[in-house]
Write a protein that binds this ligand. Structure first.
Ligand SMILES: [Zn+2]
Length: 266
């Protein structure tokens, strides 16, 4: 348990192990000996939904761990050195800019009953967003924090590390990534967990109002989901949580509506 800390204004909650200086350790990304720094697994900005509101409530369904409020987020000082942490910051800040500051630029997609099915943005940066998702996945996997204890990638851990080192987002099917959003602002955090879509394993990460899903499986996603996955040169789809709660995501319906509207507009 030593080596992580909970940042916050919850003074006095700091783990007793943390007071002493950390010895030199091995960075889990570059594998160099270095002083490891206190790093976020999910970027800090996604936790700061509204400074005036109470902090997000962290909900967990790990047995024996009780829900608690953590004002800023989860830090981990066992993951990376400072240069490696900096290598993530472009991806983290791009995603935060896009989802938190530019979400009004997304087009709403509605079905024939005028029901909101999701949002679309035509010119998102595939590389930054994909590496953002892979970086969250990898940091969660290598974190020693109990909040991420259920993220276990097996051979995909090394694959993610190598892609991050190369700055390589891979193709759409590799660590295929989807996003969804709660239509009303919700400060809801839950520890990430694995789920299966027609048997294909994917991890779910809560990021404030947004949820990202990353496939950790060599088999492809079911076709309907694959259509909404982040892809080079394709619009970015953010599925409404109203749809996402349904087992099949009803993504096909969302995409179809988007395509029909697009063609109508010419
Ligand atoms: Zn490093």
């Amino acid at each position: 348990m030593a080596g992580f800390q909970v940042d916050s204004d919850t003074r006095g909650v700091r783990d007793n192990h943390i007071g002493a200086m950390k010895p030199i350790s091995i960075c889990k990304l570059c594998k160099n000996e270095a002083t490891l720094i206190s790093a976020h697994v999910t970027p800090r900005s996604f936790w700061e939904i509204d400074a005036a509101q109470p902090p997000p409530r962290i909900v967990t369904n790990i047995k024996g761990v009780f829900p608690r409020r953590i004002p800023i987020g989860v830090y981990d000082q066992t993951i990376v050195c400072e240069p490696c942490e900096r290598s993530f910051s472009d991806y983290d800040s791009y995603a935060a800019q896009l989802f938190l500051n530019r979400f009004n630029e997304f087009e709403e997609v509605r079905d024939s009953n005028r029901r909101l099915t999701g949002y679309v943005l035509r010119d998102a940066d595939y590389r930054s967003l994909k590496l953002f998702a892979i970086a969250i996945l990898w940091r969660a996997a290598v974190s020693s924090h109990s909040f991420f204890s259920r993220v276990r990638l097996g051979p995909f851990e090394e694959k993610a590390r190598e892609m991050l080192l190369r700055g390589d987002p891979g193709d759409a099917a590799t660590f295929a990534t989807l996003f969804s959003v709660w239509d009303e602002a919700q400060a809801f955090m839950m520890d990430p967990f694995a789920e299966r879509w027609d048997g294909v394993l994917s991890y779910r990460f809560y990021l404030g109002r947004f949820v990202t899903y990353v496939k950790v499986d060599s088999r492809p996603l079911p076709e309907q989901l694959a259509k909404a996955a982040l892809a080079q040169g394709c619009p970015l789809h953010v599925i409404s949580r109203q749809l996402a709660v349904s087992k099949d995501f009803r993504v096909a319906q969302h995409i179809l509506t988007y395509e029909i509207n697009r063609r109508r507009r010419g």
